[in-house]
Design a protein around this ligand. Structure first.
Ligand code: PRX
Length: 656
């Protein structure tokens, strides 16, 4: 990580500060009375029934925020803007991957489409609390589907369309989804790729099916996107364009309890099975909306706001959909990859639509750096007035490059730390108020209390590394893990149970100025291009292959992706021990991981090894594997059962 010596500090720009949504006194107000502060922020939304209490923490760690309050999320994100006279404002500037494909959707149009879709979903007999899986590329219909679910109180589970059929199936089963919404295919790097095929495979009715029929699923609603051929089950599958347009555009939203589950989103934990993180309505929307307003300094009707994350991730939920739409934002939505048809695509979009707020992941910024400064320099990016970063620590070099070459040197850069579990941004500079330092997430937001502690829950001194904990409940906090409240308590609340701290799983430090630096995960979770993948998830995919006896996976530093997956495998005994066979197996193993999890989880390197470094008690010493993967020599091998093992791996391992 960054060393403190090289750090520059950028003071807030006075012109920016003069117009900023955030004020320095917000910090004082929130620390004087945290719940009064959150009470005030909730009033930015429209509620049908007022709450009787801001927070009920009597059943900790299960929180209730805005007790007894009722509201409708879709009404807050759509209808109220139309009622306020902003129906003609563009809600979504959607751009498809093929260059001639674009659609603008106003708030009034969005209201009609969401209402039609809600009417259709109700006609299927779905009622509030039922689950709907959404497995879609970034299309207007994806937004419409999510908002239609929210309007009806259906809990959506968005599954990233890059995930495998197997991953989709386990999520559909875990949440017992009644409906799956998908598309025939998606455009990727200029070509249509099938998507519905994966759904058929997941649901158990194709020859390649992952297992028997998925019992819970009654309907599959399919958006026609690419026109590629699909198999069809006429009693189950329905084309979106054959049922939605004929529905009435009138739909009266019902208000739901503040604690009604809005969505479940699966994320990797330290064990193999992804966790369904539960988010509810009132607290989530309050913090999503407030943070979008202040961290991005968003001005409705003026800004064009672009969060580049896919809706398959939490960033896409909170800052692609709910945060911005609750604030009446005009959002850029781009379906494809940043280099399709070439590396200019994002910059062309910024220029054409006058994007003013741009929010991306460090891995994308480092990719831009590799492509070279001449690419952004070829475009008029003067509309940009704020840049955001999320998903992994941003190295100072990437931070500066981003500010200089995308932001034209003067704009605030907000490095935002948060997690699927926190639901919304927790630590970030406030533009116009806080200074910024390349590489630092700076300060917890007003109303958020964090600490950095050692293993005994004692606060660490400045410059000392410790565990990042959240010391007070916050409105957008997860309410549990779907179907497994025990795991919820265990994973997040048992490490510092006595103090009642939430354990984030990240290491961090305060610098001498009292600013916070997030240093990366302290558990077995890797961060690949901002995506969370657990080492054990990849290990179980590898040992799922017949030829593999044992596997160990580590995350190794990588210039572009932040971390890369590096795997070491021991093969079962075989008559054929040739290097050729090992190489063929390495290819098979990569394919197996891709199929079981996602291409994102494919190891960069796989080495077939005779043995793994283990302690005398048989525990794999990942630290040594990580040293080796990152090219470091000479770690302490004294506790190994066989101290020569590292040399053996280096001399005999077959790497591919
Ligand atoms: O390790 C932290 C890292 O991403 C993890 C959360 O991953 P996920 O739930 O997938 O959500 C990503 C988008 C919010 C964290 O535990 N992380 C996220 N943002 C930052 C970060 N690490 C350093 N700096 C950040 N700004």
């Amino acid at each position: 990580m960054s060393t403190h010596e090289t750090v520059e500090t950028f003071a807030p720009d006075p012109d920016f500060a003069a117009q900023a949504n955030a004020r320095a006194e917000d910090y004082e107000r929130a620390s004087a009375d945290r719940l009064a502060f959150w009470d005030e922020q909730a009033r930015r939304l429209d509620w049908s029934t007022e709450w009787s209490e801001v927070l009920d923490w009597s059943d900790a760690p299960v929180a209730k925020w805005y007790v007894g309050g009722t509201l409708n999320t879709a009404y807050n994100c759509v209808d109220r803007h139309v009622e306020a006279g902003n129906g003609d404002r563009v809600a979504l500037h959607w751009v498809g991957e093929p260059t001639d494909d674009a659609r603008d959707i106003t708030y009034a149009q969005l209201k009609d489409e969401v209402s039609r879709t809600a009417n259709y979903l109700s006609s299927l007999g779905l009622v509030a609390g039922d689950r709907v899986a959404i497995y879609m590329p970034l299309l207007p219909e994806t937004y419409i589907a999510m908002l239609a679910c929210a309007r009806l109180g259906l809990t959506h589970s968005v599954v990233f369309a890059g995930f495998s059929a197997q991953a989709l199936r386990s999520r559909v089963d875990d949440a017992e989804a009644k409906v799956v919404i998908t598309a025939d295919g998606q455009f990727r790097r200029g070509k249509p790729a099938p998507l519905k095929d994966g759904v058929d495979e997941a649901l158990g009715d194709s020859l390649d099916s992952v297992s028997g029929p998925a019992e819970s699923v009654q309907k599959v609603l399919v958006v026609r996107r690419t026109g590629i051929d699909v198999d069809w089950q006429s009693d189950r599958d329905v084309w979106w364009d054959e049922v939605i347009p004929e529905q009435s555009a009138d739909h009266t939203p019902e208000a739901f309890d503040s604690e009604h589950p809005l969505f479940v989103l699966y994320t990797s934990g330290t064990t193999g099975k992804p966790k369904g993180i539960i988010h509810t309505t009132g607290g989530y929307l309050t913090q999503a909306s407030y943070t979008h307003h202040v961290v991005f300094d968003h001005k409705p009707g003026e800004d064009v706001y672009w969060c580049t994350a896919d809706v398959g991730w939490v960033t896409g939920h909170t800052y692609g959909v709910y945060g911005p739409l609750s604030n009446g934002a005009t959002c850029m939505v781009y379906e494809g990859t940043p280099n399709s048809p070439d590396e200019h695509r994002h910059f062309q979009i910024i220029e054409k639509y006058g994007v003013s707020i741009y929010y991306a992941a460090p891995t994308l910024i480092r990719t831009f750096m590799k492509w070279g400064r001449q690419i952004p320099a070829g475009h008029d990016l003067s509309s940009i007035r704020l840049l955001g970063s999320v998903g992994e620590p941003i190295n100072p070099e990437a931070w500066r490059w981003y500010r200089d070459h995308v932001g034209g040197s003067a704009v605030p850069v907000v490095d935002t730390w948060w997690q699927t579990e926190t639901g919304a941004i927790m630590i970030s500079p406030l533009p116009g108020v806080t200074a910024a330092k390349p590489g630092s997430a700076m300060r917890p937001l007003p109303g958020i209390d964090v600490s950095i502690v050692d293993g005994d829950a004692r606060e660490v001194a400045a410059e000392d590394q410790g565990y990042l904990v959240i010391t007070e409940p916050w409105p957008a906090m997860l309410r549990g893990i779907w179907g497994d409240m025990e795991r919820y308590r265990d994973t997040y609340w048992s490490r510092f149970a006595e103090e009642g701290y939430y354990f984030a799983g990240d290491g961090a430090k305060w610098d001498a100025d009292g600013d916070l630096w997030v240093l990366g995960r302290v558990d077995d979770v890797m961060n690949i291009s901002g995506h969370r993948i657990s080492t054990s998830e990849v290990e179980s995919a590898l040992v799922g292959h017949d030829a593999v006896a044992e596997a160990a996976v580590v995350g190794a530093a990588d210039d572009t992706t932040g971390q890369a997956i590096v795997a070491y495998v021991i093969l079962r005994e075989s008559a054929d021990d040739s290097e050729e066979r090992h190489r063929a197996l390495i290819d098979e193993l990569r394919a197996a991981v891709s199929r079981d999890i996602s291409p994102i989880a494919k190891p960069r390197d796989i080495t077939v090894v005779p043995e793994l470094p283990k302690t005398r008690s048989g525990k794999i010493m990942r630290r040594l594997l990580k040293d080796m993967a990152e090219g470091r020599e000479g770690g302490d091998t004294s506790t190994l059962s066989d101290p020569t093992i590292i040399d053996q791996i280096k001399s005999k391992g077959v790497k591919g």
